[in-house]
Ligand binder design. Structure first.
Ligand code: ZN
Length: 496
């Protein structure tokens, strides 16, 4: 295999795919055609390419503990993801088509399947939120259920074809994450926070939704996360300005950054949720925003802004693998570091002039705990799902693990739909831990208003320059000498 040619082709493929995604979701084009992009680059994802990169990975792992090993593993991960993508793209497209055209009937009103969570988030009436949920779950069973099943079965078949014992084993190898050990850590976090969890959550449920734990249902989650009562404090007009001002505080002039484009124009088919599209890293990065205001909107923009700054500050001289591939826990860490500013009392006071953010801070704490416990439950479940031969029997197990995690009754219907490919849940969990380590490191060095220190900005820029060369464990080891530890997350939430 001609490695340099492979890398070049892989980078072109990545850019073309991202450009198609950006143009469609930014509302610049209706069509979303990834099939021709895959067809143009079919050589990247053949069985031969996977086998050649597997040999390279084995050799590099035996010979070298450094960058050659990292690059080989990242390329293998890329090739296998594409190989699985080829095998699943037909069912994914079918699923997307069916979902996009699907509507649910709620009391005579038709609601788009994909819009339904947004409608739930904006619905003040708990009974109606539950009706929407029931209709969503019915549609998840039929017509979507068979497509979700086929998708998971094809993923599993690919892992077996390629000689791994299971999809879970395959992902653990490709991502270089000991998923079982991570799950042990996150299960310990869940155990340690179990007793206090209702005490943290219930006052917030009462205050924001007017319900207690016994009345809390999954249908209420989008409304709870929406924090609608905070809307007045987070006006749309201050959204981009507060991000640009925050970056300025860190010594970074967003307007002067080459290659970063703020896409804030309004278009009919623009995605209502902000997203970051790094078409070329670092040269062409779009931050797409459709400002409506509200706390959640700020949180999303800051999250995506963290991804954008990481990409835009990546060293252009780094090889393709370190700029565009690697451990996504790293980019998610920078995204959460920025996102968590909008729940930081110091930041809220300085940037949005909020004098008493205590309710918001309590809400954000409860929300973070819900997310952490939910993802700990998801990881435990996905490990079982992706190691099992017969996935059909796991609906009950899914409801049990997620229900226990959140102390609410959890539906069985979403057991194959509520699954992100490639154990992305592990990236979020590791990012939450690494972000807590990184934030406390910044706070210790630069004080509680670290986000107004250009020196802190220089520390971040030095980290960003490295792309995703290191994984989460390696990065923390180099930064502070620590090991990733969920006890710091527990302490950060004031639970230990
Ligand atoms: Zn993210």
């Amino acid at each position: 295999m001609e490695l340099d040619a492979y890398r070049q082709c892989a980078e072109t493929f990545t850019e073309e795919l991202m450009r198609e995604y950006y143009r469609h979701h930014a509302g610049l084009q209706d069509s979303f055609e990834i099939e021709p992009i895959y067809a143009r680059h079919a050589d990247l994802f053949t069985r031969d390419a996977v086998d050649a990169l597997r040999e390279l990975d084995a050799r590099a792992t035996a010979n070298d503990g450094g960058d050659e090993r990292r690059r080989a593993r990242m390329l293998l991960d890329f090739a296998v993801e594409g190989y699985v993508g080829e095998a699943t793209k037909a069912v994914e497209e079918e699923l997307a088509r069916t979902e996009a055209g699907l509507t649910i009937d709620v009391d005579g009103e038709r609601i788009g399947f994909r819009e339904a969570p947004v409608v739930q988030a904006n619905e003040a009436d708990a009974g109606r939120r539950a009706e929407i949920e029931a209709a969503l779950l019915a549609a998840t069973r039929d017509p979507l259920g068979p497509h979700h099943r086929e998708l998971i079965e094809r993923q599993h078949a690919c892992a077996t074809e390629l000689g791994w014992a299971s999809y879970a084993d395959m992902c653990a190898h490709l991502k270089g994450i000991d998923l079982q050990a991570l799950s042990t850590q996150t299960a310990a976090f869940a155990d340690a926070s179990a007793a206090i969890y209702p005490q943290v959550l219930e006052p917030e449920l009462r205050r924001t939704l007017g319900i207690d734990m016994s009345e809390f249902r999954r249908a209420d989650l989008p409304r709870f996360f929406r924090a609608a009562e905070q809307d007045g404090r987070f006006p749309a007009a201050r959204l981009t300005e507060s991000f640009v001002g925050t970056m300025r505080g860190l010594g970074i002039e967003v307007a002067a950054q080459r290659g970063v484009t703020f896409d804030i124009g309004s278009r009919p088919n623009k995605s209502p949720r902000a997203f970051c599209a790094p078409l070329r890293v670092p040269g062409e990065v779009y931050l797409v925003v459709a400002p409506v205001g509200g706390w959640d909107d700020f949180a999303t923009l800051f999250h995506e802004g963290g991804h954008a700054e990481h990409a835009a500050n990546t060293d252009p001289e780094l090889p393709f693998e370190f700029r565009c591939l690697g451990d996504n826990s790293i980019s998610e860490t920078y995204a959460f570091l920025m996102q968590h500013l909008v729940e930081n009392p110091e930041w809220l006071a300085r940037r949005l002039d909020l004098d008493d953010p205590s309710e918001l801070v309590a809400h954000a704490r409860a929300q973070r705990l819900v997310y952490l416990r939910r993802y700990a439950g998801k990881l435990a479940y996905e490990l079982e799902l992706h190691q099992s031969v017969d996935t059909g029997g796991l609906a009950g197990r899914y409801a049990e693990l997620l229900g226990d995690a959140l102390a609410i009754e959890w539906p069985t219907e979403t057991f194959l739909a509520d699954v992100d490919p490639g154990f992305y849940c592990a990236c979020y969990l590791r990012a939450w831990a690494l972000e807590t380590h990184l934030r406390s490191h910044l706070r210790e060095r630069f004080g509680p208003a670290w986000f107004e220190s250009s020196e802190a900005g220089q520390v971040l820029q030095a980290l960003w320059r490295d792309g995703q060369r290191l994984d989460a464990e390696e990065l923390l080891e180099q930064l502070t000498g620590e090991r990733l530890d969920f006890a710091v997350v527990l302490a950060d939430l004031g639970l230990s």
